[in-house]
Design a protein around this ligand. Sequence first.
Ligand code: AHR
Length: 610
Amino acid sequence: LSLTVSSNEGNASSPLLYGFMFEDINHSGDGGIHAQLLRNNGFQGENATLTAYSAVGGATLAVDSDNPLSQAIQRSLKVSVAEGATGQVGFSNEGYWGIQVNQARYTTAFYMKGQYEGDVTVKLVGTSDGTEYGSRTVSVRSNSSAYSLIETSIDANQAPDGNNLWIITFDAAKVAGGALSFDLIQLYPPTFRNRYNGLKPFLAEPLDAIKGSFLRFPGGNNLEGSSENTRWKWNETIGPLKDRPGRQGDWTYPNTDALGLLEYFYWCQDMNLTPILVVWAGFSLNSGGNTPITGPALEPYIDDVMRELEYILGDTTTEYGALRASHGQAEPLPLPFVEIGNEDNLGGGNLTYPERFMAFYDRIHAAYPDITIITSHAEVENLPDPRPAGIWMDFHTYAEPDQLVANFTQFDNVDRAFPYFVGEYAVIDDAAGERLEYPNMQAAVAESVYAIGMERNSDVVKMAAYAPLLQHLNDYQWTPNLISFNNDPDGLVLSTSYYVQQMFSVNRGHTILPVTADSAFGPLYWVASKSDDGYLIKMSNYGGASHDISVAFPQPCSGILTMLTGDQNAQNTNLTTSVTPTISDIMSADGNLHFIMPGWSVVILDASPL
Ligand code: AHR
């Protein structure tokens, strides 16, 4: 294949094109990127269980509703001690299927209530052999009338695996025949950018390495709730952790909401991402509860969104701006995008979406004309007619690899007046139609072909995100995912799709350049762009045969070639990493750059004028 890159400039490419969609699915938030390591720490969600807790030293544990920590955290742990007991008693928490313990200083905290004056010891220990990796003893004075907050730290040694427990014990003799209450136990490793209540470095760092441009949050289905009452409620995710009730998330497990509205904005700040806030639009999953809500009944929910926007954007003279300031964030936060609902075309939501969209649009646009408002789907027949000028549309696709490749030209001839946000896309099946556990090489190449199609049209496709982002390998609801993990020090899986996202996002041009070729697209696909210091070519080989490639640039260049390649079914899994990018230099032989694209490969050619 011979390509000739034109010096004439084509479409401007969207500076936001590559980014992230995040919701709490697969324990991507609690137990995932959120750094708090202890599970079920406020007994949130619909069922009160002792999940993750075990008694230590003969204590008896029970979930208790008689000693609420706060209005929000209504349940606590009652630790009863037998008459005549001596020695150390207490309880353990196993975290999210274990706790990763590294050589680091961990901060830990717990609320405690009940008559006690004496030492309390917190430890990190191996589950199987009791090896102690760190411990701290603090002197505590607590009483029966109110909870005391105890905060301390543990200097830990490296544990060989993630099979570890947090244990807290106290002097049994001082409580014998009685009980103590504990609540909102917490354990944090050092966090990404040292943010209080922040992100886990081992997951935040590979995301940061993608150098994405935006973060869409908080869902996804997890915004919607199974009913209006169980939707994600912004005002229950802010302020001190003891004031956040949590909720039964939409992906089978309770959410603590410790990763709440402000934390999403701090995540954006710390990774230089543009926030895209999704708001509930009167529709729960599959028309759950009393939804869809329409007409005047929708107004209170729009009011609620206006309060949320004031919390984000208002200065401290406003009621909710002042509330934000009381939470430690005096400066308003940037919010250029608001999306109305999530996939409200599905489950019967399509019939009422035009009305509901317009009700939210009118109020938000009148108050904040600079915010770009995004629809929750891109079925034009299920959008308002006419569509308000300036809106963008969120399009989602989960496909077989051939399907995604067939959609390479999807955006070539769309109406340029209404830009697209491809808010969720991924190959989810292998070539035989079987659901993938992890992305494989064919999936990654198909996604790269689709991404090339989007980048060629990035005057109208403004943003795109692979989804879902993160998966805890011990408990998940969806495969495949971009990054998988467990608690072992080497439990991180960067998938084939991860590397495509990273290669495409890190290498961005500002203007698409026309290319002439001596053959048509397929199985080879390409896009060229002008970067600040040269030219970038992205290419995919969606087939098993290798091809000789020659590229002529407007001026002689040398190049750096980043290549991802592997067998069609090759996967990076928690057992093996078989596919990672390689980098090589290419020198110009005859003014052109030549290289070979092996079967099932994705390359970036970064060309610099000689
Ligand atoms: O990414 C998983 C789910 O797929 C999202 O929650 C939803 O928006 C889509 O259907």
